[in-house]
Ligand binder design. Structure first.
Ligand code: HEM
Length: 404
């Protein structure tokens, strides 16, 4: 296979244009070279829905973290304490470890557990919004979207109020590591302190829980340690994953979603006039401008995808953002349509690593957009062109000023 035949730099996620709006680039890639060898990123980039679904579901693709750790240029980063601490999280694991840990976590994020949490999530949304209401304006990202998911995760695992403040700093310290651009020494030190702080706090809380059990995912994990099903290291790594996986993803569901609704005012009006559309609206907002843009996989053997040979050991970047706008999967994909039928999004990935928090994320979306329209019905955005963060994996806004 001739890799040099593909046009150079068809994929360049570091340009200001891509950061502002990657979807025209995705459309170009999908039509010109849907399974594209990106020489600068040294990986394959997949932009068709069908190819993304195939790679995420096929057992010949995996995470293969041990292979990645052997890459010389990455060894110093993998040796950092934060990477050692999160090493065994689900997103870095393959079978047989992956299903063993995931099975312990699944009940605590099931539809039943999420329904139990709903009243607390609603109370958090209402409290934050009613506190903000008298101000007449806010930065939706900083003032609402950021504090909200942190509180939800703490409620999910029943962290006592007194233990919460340091965890907030640790979450922020580790979120920067989700962006693959190199970390400064200062950022690395912050990430190390954050991972250590998280781990020590969870191990301390686990001691308390053994004496005072509660019904939640934290308890399930502690009991799994004691039953020899998972290690303490796996427990800490995956509790940290809940904070990191369930934070910026939700911030950006709210930020990207609110922006999309205001860019399509007819859809916003439709939703205001018919709240029964909320479920399908959240599904459409998830599809339209998703937070997690990429799922990375390694070919565990040579595999042909879309007529190209992906060789053993090569990386495939499955572009979830591009798959979500594939006209083969969604008619008129660049239009926000909250009445779309069967618009099952690719935003939660697929296969073994399908998002464990998808039910919780959908519930948070429904609760928050309903509360927002009810409590601040006059909300307007100051700009329809707010700045996006520079982050190749996670797409989200730096700020979203709004008034009412
Ligand atoms: C809109 C919000 C969210 C989006 C778009 C999202 C997206 C994703 C995606 C795409 C993956 C798979 C990544 C891959 O295959 O490489 C994933 C995995 C995961 N997510 Fe989410 N997520 C969201 C919210 C949440 C929440 C709220 C939680 C829990 C608090 C959560 C917990 C997880 C976990 C634990 C995994 C790992 C699953 C595994 O490896 O088996 N996510 N998420």
């Amino acid at each position: 296979m001739d890799q040099s035949a593909a046009p150079a730099l068809l994929y360049n996620p570091l340009t200001p244009e891509f950061r502002r709006d990657p979807y025209p680039d995705y459309a170009r890639m999908r039509s010109q070279d849907p399974v594209h060898w990106a020489p600068h990123s040294y990986c394959w980039v997949l932009t068709r829905y069908a190819d993304v679904k195939f790679v995420l579901s096929d057992k010949r693709f995996g995470i293969a973290m041990e292979w990645m750790m052997q890459i010389e240029a990455l060894q110093a980063t993998f040796a950092e304490p934060f990477n050692q601490i999160i090493r065994t999280q689900l997103l870095s694991s393959d079978p047989p470890d992956h299903p063993r840990i995931r099975n312990v976590m699944r009940p605590g994020l099931s539809a039943k557990a999420v329904a139990r949490l709903r009243p607390k999530v609603l109370a958090t949304a209402e409290r934050l919004l009613y506190d903000l209401k008298p101000q007449g304006r806010m930065d939706f990202i900083k003032d609402f979207a950021y504090p909200f998911p942190f509180n939800v995760i703490c409620d999910l695992i029943n962290v006592p109020e007194s233990e919460r403040p340091p965890l907030k700093g640790y979450t922020h310290g580790l979120m920067r590591t989700t962006d693959p651009t190199p970390l400064s020494r200062e950022e690395t030190d912050h990430a190390n302190r954050s991972a250590e702080g998280f781990r020590d706090c969870f191990l301390e809380l686990a001691k308390h829980r053994r004496k005072h059990p509660q019904e939640d995912i934290f308890q399930d994990m502690v009991e799994a340690i004691d039953a020899g099903m998972i290690t303490e290291e796996e427990f800490a790594a995956n509790m940290i994953l809940l904070f990191c996986g369930g934070h910026d993803t939700i911030v950006n569901l709210f930020g990207n979603g609110l922006l999309a609704l205001h860019r399509f005012p007819d859809q916003l009006e439709l939703l205001k006039s018919d709240p029964s559309l909320m479920k399908s609206a959240v599904e459409e907002l998830l599809r339209y401008d998703t937070s997690v843009q990429i799922a990375r996989r390694t070919a565990l053997e040579d595999v042909e995808v879309g007529g190209k040979l992906i060789q053993r050991g090569a990386y495939a970047l499955c572009s979830l953002g591009a798959a979500n706008r594939d006209p083969e999967a969604y008619p008129d994909p660049d239009r926000l349509d909250i009445t779309r039928k069967d618009a099952k999004t690719m935003s939660f990935g697929g296969g073994l690593h399908y998002c464990l928090g998808a039910t919780l994320a959908r519930m948070e979306g429904e609760v928050v957009f309903s509360a927002l329209l009810r409590i601040l019905p006059e909300l307007r955005l100051d700009t329809l062109d707010p700045p996006f963060h520079q982050n190749v994996f996670i797409r989200g806004l730096e700020s979203l000023p709004a008034s009412w």
